[in-house]
Design a binder for this molecule. Structure first.
Ligand SMILES: *Cc1c(COP(=O)(O)O)cnc(C)c1O
Length: 349
């Protein structure tokens, strides 16, 4: 495989840091936990979609597009990073936002990633949940074409073989960083949704013959479906790289026990994980993906699945902008009310 044979733009801040998490490791009393900081990819608060967009946006420009279209949930990090990349390249950006949670919270509907989509100059339309969103995207692309435009449609999460190349690149980067510091990675853990991140990593790690087990913590689909989605995309990506058949079905593992009531609905474990990373390491997770991924990792450490002496790398896929769409899941009401009351008393005095 030779990644430079694929058209690519360079706007991610790479390599992202690979850091030890000593206080979190100590608090959990199990394996040594490391973090790969793909929340620091640099584009509009960062995240994993930026690596995918380096390849997707290069393809859009090569095809002469004047606009990119994409789709995601209301608080989509992918939509926000796409809007930012489009702004940087002078392309228009139009987003379909699917109402997957039914939330009527004004923060959820207008703050966080939604605020940033509009700040980057994107336009948006809403869709109810339950539609085939990539098919909706094609319909909207036809509409722009009929009006004489040249839209480039990016599937949800940027998860096709082009986007997954961004995570083949991450696999190369991670193995090289680990080699440089004599770090033997026993497990790589990440949140998995539209599958492109895990698929790209598996294609890259398999092509390298790195023997690093990858565990995806699911945020939406049941295990069987999630693993099938990841496997299909990983196999197609490996084939495109010129390494057909390197990805084995048995190496595709998703644990979907941490979804809770549904996509985008935070669980107690997710809120605990966000709080632990914030208080112990000064790192912001998100309530939809990385918080659930970390909740899975933490629970598997507590259950003894990951053992003392092993080294885990948690891939931080970003998403902290979504925290501002989910302010009400944190119980800081009493503390903020007491601060406000004090300020009022001071003003009155
Ligand atoms: C999209 C996303 C993921 C999941 O990545 P996929 O490639 O869609 O599986 C994980 N974390 C965050 C913060 C994301 O935005």
């Amino acid at each position: 495989m030779h990644l430079s044979r694929f058209p690519r733009l360079h706007f991610a801040h790479l390599p992202t840091p690979l850091e030890k998490l000593p206080r979190l490791s100590e608090a959990l009393g199990g394996p040594e936990i490391w973090i790969k900081r793909d929340d620091c990819t640099g584009l509009s608060t960062g995240g994993n979609k930026t690596r995918k967009l380096e390849f997707l946006m290069a393809e859009a420009l090569a095809q002469g597009a004047d606009r990119v279209l994409t789709q995601g949930a209301t608080q989509s990090n992918h939509a926000r990073q796409t809007a930012a990349a489009a702004a940087k390249l002078g392309l228009a950006c139009h987003i379909l936002l699917e109402d997957r949670t039914g939330s009527t919270d004004p923060d959820y509907n207008a703050n966080g990633n939604v605020l940033l989509d509009f700040l980057h100059g994107a336009t948006a339309e809403k869709r109810p949940s339950g539609l085939d969103m990539n098919q909706e995207l094609e319909r909207v692309a036809d509409r722009f074409r009929a009006a004489g435009g040249k839209p480039y449609a990016i599937p949800g999460g940027g998860s096709n073989t082009t986007g997954a190349l961004g995570y083949v690149n991450c696999a190369l980067e991670l193995v090289s960083q680990a080699n440089d510091r004599d770090l033997v990675i026993d497990h790589l853990v990440l949140a998995t949704g539209s599958a492109g991140t895990q698929a790209g990593l598996l294609a890259g790690l398999s092509a390298l013959n790195a023997h690093i087990p990858v565990l995806g913590i699911g945020v939406r689909a049941p295990k069987e479906k999630q693993e099938e989605n990841v496997f299909r995309l990983a196999a197609a990506t490996a084939e495109r790289l010129g390494c057909p058949e390197v990805v084995k079905r048995a190496d595709v593992v998703a644990d979907c026990n941490y979804v809770g009531p549904g996509y985008g609905m935070p669980t107690p474990g997710c809120i605990e994980a966000i709080t632990m990373f914030a208080e112990l390491e000064g790192i912001l997770l998100d309530p939809v993906y990385s918080g659930k991924g970390a909740a899975g990792m933490i629970n598997l450490i507590r259950e003894g699945h990951f053992k003392r002496g092993e080294r885990i790398v948690f891939l931080h896929t970003g998403g902290s902008a979504a925290l501002f769409g989910y302010t009400k899941i944190f119980d800081f009401g009493e503390r903020t009310r007491s601060l406000a009351a004090k300020a009022q008393r001071r003003e009155a005095a």
